[in-house]
Design a protein around this ligand. Sequence first.
Ligand SMILES: C[S@@+](CC[C@H](N)C(=O)[O-])C[C@H]1O[C@@H](n2cnc3c(N)ncnc32)[C@H](O)[C@@H]1O
Length: 444
Amino acid sequence: MSLRRRVERKRLRAAIAGKMGTYSRQELVKATHPEIQKMFHPYSHKGPKEGYPLYQICHDVSKLPKETVANFVSVPELMRKLKQDQVIRGLLKRNPELETSFERSVWQAISERGVKSSKLFWQRAPKEYIDAIVKAAAGNPNPMNERIGEVAKKLFGGGIEHRTILDIGTFAGGTITSAVEKLSLPQRRLLTIVLVDVNSGVVRRHAVPALVKLGVPKQNIKVLPTSFYNAAVAFKKMPKPLHEKGERAFKKFFSQLTGKVDLITAGASTINFANDLSPLLKSVRILLKRGGVFADWEWGSAEARKRKVNTEELKRIKIWEINQKAVTEFDAYVSFLDFWLGFFNYPANVKKKLFEDIEHSREFDFMGWCERNVKWMEQERINAGKPILADPAGFRNRAYRTGDAMLKAARIHGFDVQKPSYPLANPGKKDTGNVNWLVVARKP
Ligand SMILES: C[S@@+](CC[C@H](N)C(=O)[O-])C[C@H]1O[C@@H](n2cnc3c(N)ncnc32)[C@H](O)[C@@H]1O
């Protein structure tokens, strides 16, 4: 390729990234062209206060899985909008052969929005907000973390030897401490633990002291204040995101860990940044020893795949079974919506209407339902005397993924993996146990 064409291609990528908000370190809502931002997060310009609650409910789809984002954002429409830009139009007119590069760069920018959106949310969330979440969870440990502990116990057996665990998205350490708690004290003393998180403050304040208390030597705990995506960058499995220009990527550290990790744990964390499972799983595979295990529990229902679901179909798809009772995708779907309405403080009568409407529809679009009913919902919430969410919650965004999506990706990446389990499932009930899946994937 000629030098001139290469330069033009670079300019095209930069112009697209500029419009899509992925070039600078500014938040997406400020860095993105408003017309484009609206496509990914319709109410973000109104902000959490003015746009409440649609701002949260019609969430930021930027970090949705790459496989499903096109079910929420029309990519042809996005490309059409980008081509209205003078610079982009000019470049394509002068170099019609750059059409393929154009499409590739748009997809690249879609991925980078995912990386950036969750990273900035967690990195910049105010300390008080993070501490409030930690406090709320303190007396209320998530039992899914215990399942990760059981995986650790089984994997390590009774052997007293040096082991390495890497935890992705540690936060206050609920997942990693549950894993360590299940091990014996002599085993804990021989652990090396690597904690990877974009928000290292919360890790150092809460997770590290908790691990030391459990008997893990402090000098054996390494906090990596970086995105786990940087492992993939270090292993050359993805290009460094444009907004990370000049940042330390812990390249050497990740490279030295190659093939040395016994167990990689994650709890409610890969949903936060796995816009594309491929860099995540490639890095996990490179880091694990042969026979090493990746244990991940997350959240997800059919709502993560597309806006409008076919309710009859969801009722037919069995995801789990308990005491010969099936847990269906429909159970998971309504359980998650029930959780969200509760999270947004909506009273029982709002939930009741929602579920009646779902029962009477063959196809259902939750975001659309909220848009249509927002005035009534809000009035009902106010009448019930319920408060609105704290501001930072408004920056929440989601990339929930079904266990089946993780299963398929883990298989493609060559792991030995069983079907996702739902250890807390409650068939026929609206219960988040129907939404929490656990995938255990072994490197052969
Ligand atoms: C819901 S918390 C995880 C909870 C944690 N497992 C526990 O038990 O306390 C999600 C965490 O993922 C982290 N995170 C988000 N994006 C990340 C990324 N790209 N790389 C590493 N960590 C990330 C956030 O900073 C946050 O601490």
